[in-house]
Structures are given as C-alpha cells and as structure tokens.
Design a protein around this ligand. Structure first.
Ligand code: NAI
Length: 333
C-alpha cells in the first residue's frame, strides 16, 4: 500500500529542492501518494495566512509531511510556520543527525552524531512580557513531562540506531531549578536503559569539546535553545547547513525538512543544493519503515559526492540541482 505523504514545496529554493527529493524518493520504488499543499510567504496574499488550515488538515490526515523551507515575513505580525507547525502538531522532538560525507570539505572526516532538541518549551515557549518600561522578561519553561518525553525519545533513538551513549546537555550549575529538574528526570530515564551509557555535560563545555573532538559524543539531548545552537554547530562540523537533514517528531505526526532556509539569493536559478532535503527524505522513509530505501538514498548521495564529478556549486562543483539529482538517481542500487 502506498504511504500518504503531504508535500509542502515552500518558498525560495523550496520548490526546486522538494522536486529533487520527490524524484529521488520515487526512484527507490517505494510507493508514496503525494498530496501537495502550500504554506509560506507565497500563499500569504491568497489565504491571509502563511499556514492555511487545509495544509494543516492534510498533514493531520497523512500524519507525515516533507516540507521545503519557508520564509518568515519580517515585521508583519505572523509567527513562523515552523513554530506554528511544531505547536499545532506537538512535534516535540527535533532530530538532527550530523554525519560526515566523504568528499565534502569540512574540519573532520568521521563525525557521526545525533542531536536531539526539545522543540516545544524552554525559552521558545514565547512567553515574554514587559515588567516595567526598559525591562523585559522571557520565561524559560522546563517541565517534568516535557523533559521525560524528550529524554525517552533520546534513549529510544540510541537503541534504534545502535548507539552507545546519551549525553544530557545542561546548565544546571547556574540554572539550578530548571536544568536541575531536567537532570533529575534524565537520571531516572537513564536507569531504564542500562544498555546505553549515560553522561552529563555542561552546554558551554560541550560546545568547546564538540569543536575540538566531536568523537567524544554520540547522542546528545537538550532543551530548546541549547539544541538550536548546538545543532547548528554540529551541522558546521559536517560542511554546513546545506548538507544537514532534520525531522520534527511528535506522538502522532512527523515533519521532515532541511535545516537551511529558503535561500532567496539563489531561488529560481536551478543551482540549489538539494542534499539536505534528499537526506531528510531518507529519514522520512526510515520513519515509514522503508529502511532499505532510506539506506539506498544515503549511499547514493555519498557515492555521487565522493566521485566529485556531478556536485552542486556550494560544495565546489558545477552541477545544477537537476543534474545532481539525476546523478543520485543513477547511483541508487
Ligand atoms: P538560508 O539558509 O536560506 O541561506 C543562507 C545562505 O546559505 C545563503 O547564501 C543561501 O544561498 C545559502 N544556502 C542555503 N541553503 C542552500 C542550498 N540548499 N543550496 C545552496 N545554498 C544554500 O538562511 P537565511 O538567508 O537566513 O534565511 C532565508 C529565509 O529562510 C528567511 O526568511 C528565514 O526565516 C527562512 N528560514 C526557514 C527555515 C525553514 O523553513 N526551516 C530555516 C531557516 C531559515
């Protein structure tokens, strides 16, 4: 039976990179029933919103979406579509693998990390108010329930991917109550997974150690703001945002997307690098139980980049988005 998937092309280079990902996924032979729905700046005039209800309904029907990047209009009072999706669909876990791709110029050759970021609370709860003129307070919400589910997600991910260690990243030396609670729950959850090594690391030291020796880490789990920053750092370790896939996962729904934005500076020119979205597509296939096809895509991407003949401009080649996509399809085995 075909898997139903909502496809959101998005803004800027979104339509180009989603088309590339769709072609590669279809070429694996896995049957997907694509339902194309719009969101983003482009639809704002027509629907009066960047996230039309029909798009949200489609994701809720299909339960899985592959999404292109979406521009966030500045100063128009609209919230980011990404934040709205995470909130509406309760996509509490942001899953970002960072794995070196041979042939991509980067500082290290053997990075293989998974960063798991809590997506719904922390400082990004959006609770801010003016205490008195000139003083603004932002609330950083850490709950036992939110911590428990993200920590369980981290340990389950470690098991599923055959990983050995989970590091809980925190700042409990200063944020004694909030991060203290996060660590207390982390220790309780860790006891339920005796097969996985557990360690704790302070966020600032973690940033330094990741830059100096990423092999110190395996799976890292943390609250929202720390995860936002550390996961961009780990993307930098493998050659930048253009190569980094991600998944936003909740109990009922999952949305897969590249880490990069809509790149308006190169939109419509057919030169965007679709690697991140193609690899996000592989994560989606794995989520749908299509492990073989997911592995095929990852290996094909690695083969084409290692060969170095047909690669996009941002990683040193001359290929267009579609020439590179065709090369990946040819390399599928
Ligand atoms: P960006 O990631 O779109 O672009 C930064 C730089 O990287 C640009 O020079 C761009 O050309 C390049 N780049 C990015 N992706 C590329 C790709 N696949 N191939 C080749 N080059 C690539 O970040 P920026 O400029 O800060 O944001 C642009 C818009 O995207 C904003 O409206 C922002 O809100 C939105 N955005 C959306 C995200 C999402 O939907 N998940 C994530 C990040 C930003």
């Amino acid at each position: 039976m075909a898997h139903p998937v909502t496809l959101i092309p998005g803004d800027g280079i979104g339509p180009e990179v989603t088309e590339a990902a769709r072609k590669v996924i279809d070429a694996t032979g896995v049957e997907i029933e694509w339902h194309v729905f719009q969101a983003g700046e482009e639809v704002l005039n027509r629907y009066g919103t960047t996230l039309p209800q029909e798009t949200l309904d489609a994701i809720m029907r299909d339960r899985v979406a592959l999404k292109g990047p979406i521009s966030t209009p500045i100063g128009k009072g609209f919230r980011s579509v990404n934040v709205e999706l995470r909130k509406h669909l309760d996509l509490y876990a942001n899953f970002r693998p960072a794995k070196s791709i041979p042939g991509v110029n980067s500082r290290y050759e053997n990075v293989d990390l998974i960063v798991i970021r809590e997506n719904t609370e922390g400082l990004y709860s959006g609770l801010e108010h003016i205490v008195v003129p000139g003083v603004v307070e932002s609330l950083r919400i850490i709950t036992a329930k939110g911590s428990e589910r993200i920590l369980k997600f981290a340990f389950e991910t470690a098991r599923r991917y055959g990983r050995k260690k989970v590091t809980a990243v925190h700042k409990a030396n200063i944020l004694k109550m909030s991060d203290g609670l996060f660590l207390e729950i982390a220790r309780q959850v860790a006891r339920q997974y005796p097969d996985i090594e557990y360690e704790e690391a302070i966020v600032d030291a973690t940033a330094m150690k990741l830059v100096m020796n990423p092999a110190n880490f395996d799976v890292l789990v943390m609250e929202n703001l720390f995860g936002d920053i550390i996961s961009d750092l780990t993307s930098g370790l493998i050659g930048g945002l253009g190569m980094a896939p991600s998944a936003n996962i909740g109990t009922d729904y999952a949305v897969f997307e590249a880490v990069h934005g809509s790149a308006p500076d190169i939109a419509g020119r057919g030169i965007a690098n679709p690697t991140a979205l193609i690899l996000s597509g592989a994560l989606m296939l794995r989520h749908l139980g299509e492990e073989d096809a997911a592995g095929q895509i990852e290996q094909a991407v690695h083969r084409v980049i290692a060969a170095g003949k047909t690669i996009p401009r941002d990683i040193g080649g001359t290929a267009t988005t579609m020439e590179y996509t065709e090369a990946i399809i040819q390399a599928l085995e």
